[in-house]
Design a protein around this ligand. Structure first.
Ligand SMILES: C[S@@+](CC[C@H](N)C(=O)[O-])C[C@H]1O[C@@H](n2cnc3c(N)ncnc32)[C@H](O)[C@@H]1O
Length: 240
């Protein structure tokens, strides 16, 4: 068994949760919100830590400290301590559609402002934030492009949007064994990476964009400047 296979086995509960969020109008209960934290910590430890650390560092290098940061789809607020330590923001706001997740976020985190709202229609003026972060949210949405565009709208000129997603197979259902269905998507993502030529892509015609693929394309991290066009390869493959 390879290291990657082991990682994927460990990752299964989070992938199932992401599939539930995407395929159903799921009202997240307090119990689910509480158990989410242990699942996501395991996911971080086994699969995602390196990708998340790199994404936050790459993003923080491009914005001044002391700005306003939005965690879009903040869940239980688990990202906020690391966002704080890397960005050293003046203020941090978390937004999520789930009241249960937000309740936990308020318990977990002090000195942050939490509000319920939809990433597809953010209740903020344009050009409000210096940085927007969205981890494991885009792949749960039927229209991730709209979410990315909405995050760019609330970004100040010169600001940075940083997001991570899993290329969740379109036909993946909770209870499925992840491995067989994932492999196809990983293959697709790897081919795409070859097409783009490198792990790192700087776009000459836009302000700034950086896309990195990790774990053979299972995880993608994207950093966009405000003026970027949203291209298909910046979005999760939700359908095969
Ligand atoms: C897998 S969790 C990720 C939570 C957190 N970002 C993290 O890294 O642990 C996905 C979160 O996105 C939220 N979410 C789903 N659809 C959303 C939407 N349309 N607008 C805002 N949040 C949404 C869910 O309620 C859930 O808390």
């Amino acid at each position: 068994m390879t290291t990657n296979e082991l990682n994927l086995k460990d990752a299964n509960p989070l992938l199932q949760f992401l599939a539930l969020l995407r395929d159903h109008e799921l009202e997240i209960s307090g119990m689910v919100a509480a158990s989410y934290e242990s699942v996501v910590r395991r996911w971080d430890r086994t699969v995602a830590r390196f990708a998340l650390d790199q994404m936050l560092e790459d993003a923080s290098a491009r914005i001044p400290k002391g700005g306003r940061v939005l965690d879009a789809g903040c869940g239980t607020g688990l990202r906020i301590p690391e966002i704080r330590s890397v960005f050293q923001p003046q203020s941090i706001t978390g937004i999520d559609t789930s009241i249960a997740m937000l309740d936990r976020a308020r318990e977990n985190i002090s000195n942050a402002f939490f509000t319920d709202g939809d990433i597809l229609c953010l209740p903020f003026e344009s050009e409000t934030f210096d940085a927007v972060v969205a981890t494991w949210v885009m792949e749960t949405l039927a229209d991730p492009r709209r979410a990315v565009e909405e995050c760019l709208r609330v970004l100040k000129s010169g600001g940075i949007l940083a997001y991570s997603f899993v290329n969740l197979p379109g036909h993946f259902k909770p209870g499925d064994h992840f491995h067989p269905s994932a492999l196809h998507v990983v293959d697709e993502a790897t081919r795409e990476q070859e097409l783009l030529g490198a792990n790192r892509i700087d776009f000459g015609d836009s302000e700034f964009a950086l896309i990195k693929r990790h774990q053979k394309g299972l995880i993608t991290t994207v950093i966009l400047g405000k003026c970027c066009n949203v291209e298909p390869y910046m979005l999760p493959l939700t359908k095969l």
